[in-house]
Design a protein around this ligand. Structure first.
Ligand code: FES
Ligand SMILES: [Fe+2]
Length: 388
């Protein structure tokens, strides 16, 4: 039975847009599918963790769970950024609290005070009597880490592929936005949704639902009809859209000296966990991390030229408003995933980005070939694929 579900999943995830339907509903709640995704995706690929500028000083750390694996990203005294296992090598206690924090040079376990330095090296254990503890054997494992445009990614695989391989062809599209200007970062606290992680991802990347779910919010500034597919493959995708400048947010960039493109946004999807909207004003992300077959953590954050001073500003209220609309619809859809009477229907052109995501899943889970699905990266930076 499980095998049948996995083969239906494989077949569905490998479809082209012309054949594509929604994935089989059961893959949005089945525990064995969830386990396979944790092993094949989150423990085996580059996962977005946080912004690098939030970890500037020696001792700054950010602790998060990736597929149930506690990880701490720490800026060492030697200025290096490392991703360490956040699990004590004695009896498995998580060492640092989740979220941002600061350590002095060493990390002491809250249980029996075994101590590690900020590179993961075992330093000592109190009250061990005549028992000898092998220092080499008791260091914290470290993982591959990459920083790209101010964003930090971690790969928990034993043999991680180079990060550069994953983002090949992407930089040319983003250069227009001069991301190096965005030297400040902010990150909100995580929300916990009753939704499979893939539902939250699919909802976060497609613009088809804006006109219905976000009628009073996103649709007023970035309407569904003005959204278009830019480029993508089974590793990353870009969609875009026109920004109606109702809020005056972009008017300062539209004095005539900037190209028309600056009145557009790009939505960057770097699976499995990063969904980012890039405008000339900043890069705002939503990070999606699974917390169980029917639960995920959603963390919004962003990069900008100036530090954020007012988290109660209309911009943040706007984000809060559309995210609560997204949460409501994702949790509603999750309830539908248990139906045995229904199966997934046809995807439409505005959902083309879901096909890229499904190809990504197929490659990670079933090692399907990518070549025939990879879209050639066009020299043209923005183009409309859909008819107006
Ligand atoms: S579990 Fe960490 S010191 Fe005992
Ligand atoms: Fe949405």
């Amino acid at each position: 039975m499980k095998q049948t579900l996995m083969s239906t999943y494989k077949e569905s995830a490998s479809s082209t847009l012309e054949q594509a339907t929604c994935l089989p509903l059961a893959v949005y709640h089945d525990p064995s599918v969830f386990d396979a995704e944790m092993r094949g995706v989150f423990l085996n690929d580059w996962v977005f963790a946080c912004a690098e500028t939030t970890l500037v000083n020696a001792g700054d750390y950010f602790a998060l769970d990736i597929a149930g694996e506690p990880i701490a990203i720490i800026r060492g005294q030697d200025t290096e950024l490392r991703a360490l296992s956040n699990i004590c090598r004695h009896r498995g206690t998580p060492l640092l609290d989740l979220g941002f924090g600061q350590i002095a040079k060493n990390i002491a376990c809250p249980y029996h005070a075994w101590t590690f330095d900020d590179t993961g090296t075992f330093k000592g254990a109190p009250l061990t009597g005549d028992i000898i503890i092998d220092k080499q054997e008791h260091c914290l494992p470290s993982f591959a880490i990459a920083s790209w445009n101010g964003l930090v990614f971690v790969n928990l695989s034993d043999s991680p592929r180079p990060f550069s391989e994953k983002i090949e062809g992407l930089d040319g599209y983003l250069s227009l936005f001069e991301l190096e200007r965005f030297s400040h970062a902010h990150q909100m606290s995580a929300e916990h949704w009753n939704s499979n992680w893939k539902l939250a991802v699919e909802n976060g990347i497609e613009s088809y639902h804006l006109f219905k779910v976000h009628k009073e919010t996103l649709e007023t500034s970035t309407p569904s009809k003005q959204a278009y597919y830019v480029s993508g493959n089974a590793e990353w995708s870009l969609t875009g859209g026109a920004i109606k400048d109702d809020r005056g947010a972009l008017s300062k960039w539209l004095s005539g000296s900037y190209p028309e493109a600056y009145n557009h946004y790009l939505l960057l999807f770097l699976p499995p966990s990063l969904i980012a909207v890039v405008t000339y004003e900043g890069l705002n992300w939503i990070q999606v991390l699974p917390e169980g077959p029917e639960h995920c953590a959603i963390t919004p954050g962003g990069l900008s030229e100036q530090p954020v001073k007012d988290f109660k500003s209309s911009e943040f209220q706007f984000t809060e408003a559309f995210l609560s609309e997204d949460r409501e619809i994702c949790e509603r859809v999750q309830r539908g995933m248990h139906s045995r009477m229904s199966k997934g229907g046809k995807l439409v052109r505005l959902e083309k980005i879901l096909v890229d995501f499904h190809q990504y899943l197929a490659n990670r889970l079933f090692q399907t070939a990518t070549d025939e699905f990879v879209e050639t990266v066009q020299a043209a930076r923005f183009y409309r694929e859909q008819e107006d």
